[in-house]
Ligand binder design. Sequence first.
Ligand SMILES: *Cc1c(COP(=O)(O)O)cnc(C)c1O
Length: 390
Amino acid sequence: MTAMIPYGRQDISESDIDQVVQVLRSDYLTQGPIVPRFEEEVARYCGAKHAVATNSATAALHVACLALRVGPGDSVWTSPTTFVASANCALYCGAQVDFVDIDPYTYNMSVPCLTKKLVRARIDGTLPKVVIPVHLCGQSCDMEAIHSLAQEYGFRIVEDASHAIGGKYRGQPVGNCRFSDVTVFSFHPVKVITTGEGGMALTNDPLLARSMQQYRSHGVTNDSSEMKPRPEDEIWNYQQIRIGYNYRMTDILAALGVSQLSRLNEFVCVRHAIADYYDRALADFPLTIPGQHPDAYSSYHLYPIRVTAKRCGKTQQQIYRGLHAAGVLVNLHYIPVYRQPFYEQMGFGAGYCPEAERYYKETLSLPMFPSLSCQQQQRVVSALAEVLSL
Ligand SMILES: *Cc1c(COP(=O)(O)O)cnc(C)c1O
């Protein structure tokens, strides 16, 4: 039997392994010098002032919302076409979540839909405190437009860039926070670079950075300027000043992150070559290849194709089954978050965001990862041709 081809996988080199082993032999496994080094290097790569490493992007989204003071009575808006974590972070804070439909070409949050929803919310008094645009597949949202709406309607912005490290918007790295308050990356193994589990929140605002650092580590500070003056326990060097969590990254994982970051440009370059190959090989297939906005340089975390029974004679599910039978493990990214049973029980239902629902019914992510060989790409394309009887 031929080997299965997953939709995504990590690429770990001998030098990645060596850097992790070095930490295992050192004095510090968790809070040593490597986490701050990884933070500095990601901040420098992206052109942001501050970076706060966490043990997942989910944790980074949570501390970002907390630092922006999201709480009960507030509303947070995100895209329905995303992983559930983009929405769950608001619920962790006791806030409400709502969804803005996607653009039919880029699949990112639609600026016209966002504008329309804001106009209505201003009248109804239900404006969001935070909007979380998601850079789906690694392609940046139209951040300048979303930022100017933020100025007009008074909301804050957290970019969920879990897919998009290494991507660019108008020639500048995603993560520079020029048009947002915070940008979040994920280092889960299917993402562009990995630390096993891990995430990071970037910002240019020193107060937000400080606040996220505290939420990351139990709400504890050892900075005397933040402590309550207590002469009697002056020699003890820490105080808990708010409620926080244990969301810290370890030095073991940060070492993998530092090493993977040094390979990021090469990874993105290979991902582009794979996308170019698919673009050309599928040009005459009765399906839609992912649209690229001229302002965005994608990191190509994912390569989603769209199929309709009307155009290609097969449904999405038939194609999914046919490709899996051929060992090509395509996947769907994503079911609209509000169609999850947990969200439906909050009152959301089918049809709430029509474009996101069409995407859900028509899309499959093809295998896309740096070690995908030419031969494997050819296998993907010929399996697809066979399933479509081309
Ligand atoms: C993977 C992912 C997350 C969560 O990342 P973790 O690091 O696994 O917590 C959040 N948002 C999006 C869009 C993702 O793809």
